[in-house]
Design a protein around this ligand. Sequence first.
Ligand SMILES: C[S@@+](CC[C@H](N)C(=O)[O-])C[C@H]1O[C@@H](n2cnc3c(N)ncnc32)[C@H](O)[C@@H]1O
Length: 229
Amino acid sequence: MQTSSEPERAPEGQSVAQPEPSPERSTHGVGPWPGGPDEWPDDPRFDPELLAAGDTRNVIDRYRYWRMDAIVADLDERRHPFHVAIENWQHDMNIGSIVRSANAFAADTVHIIGRRRWNKRGAMVTDRYQHVDHHDDIASFVDWAREAGVPIIAVDNVPGAVPIETFAWPETCVLLFGQEGPGLSPEATAAADAVVEIAQFGSTRSINASAAAAIAMHSWVLAHADLPG
Ligand SMILES: C[S@@+](CC[C@H](N)C(=O)[O-])C[C@H]1O[C@@H](n2cnc3c(N)ncnc32)[C@H](O)[C@@H]1O
């Protein structure tokens, strides 16, 4: 009997097409560049220290051995035109994982509104590759959005919100999230050009803010990103 852990066997004399490995999704580190310094690539994006010691950073394989500034410059060439914003009045613990998702979906910039300090642990170092700006209050955030011509799409399950599942996302926009507990402030909701909510089907009032942020970013991705394949 063949179990799921056994590789599929081809009938005698035939070969089975194997799926191509997906190196871009590998999270395994790599050792020193094979062959030593004589074989190092002649490309300024590569970091001699990483070539010598190996690269165990949590980066896609395209960026193995690259300098951090080279990675940021490359990302800057292809960031999406959506931004992410979150209110931070009580040191919201979700901000780190929101920054991580923003990096994964190539958001333009993450805007922190309120307290400047935030817990970086959940970001898993992705904040080094992601532009993160700060605004003291909703008024200064709104000033930035209006001046930059970026519509504010508030994401919260509040009365009057429209379903995110059928929402026509503007290509350029900022997705604005509230905090655990209070959710979006009334000032934030009032400043929004649209308010969208994620359909829920269980007993809890809401989902975790970073989970909501990942869902909302992916909803934008489905509408506007160049998808693989
Ligand atoms: C834990 S919720 C708290 C507020 C929520 N409005 C309530 O009634 O309890 C924190 C944040 O997560 C996001 N969020 C949680 N559930 C959501 C949903 N179903 N739709 C849209 N956003 C949601 C919103 O940005 C919200 O401000």
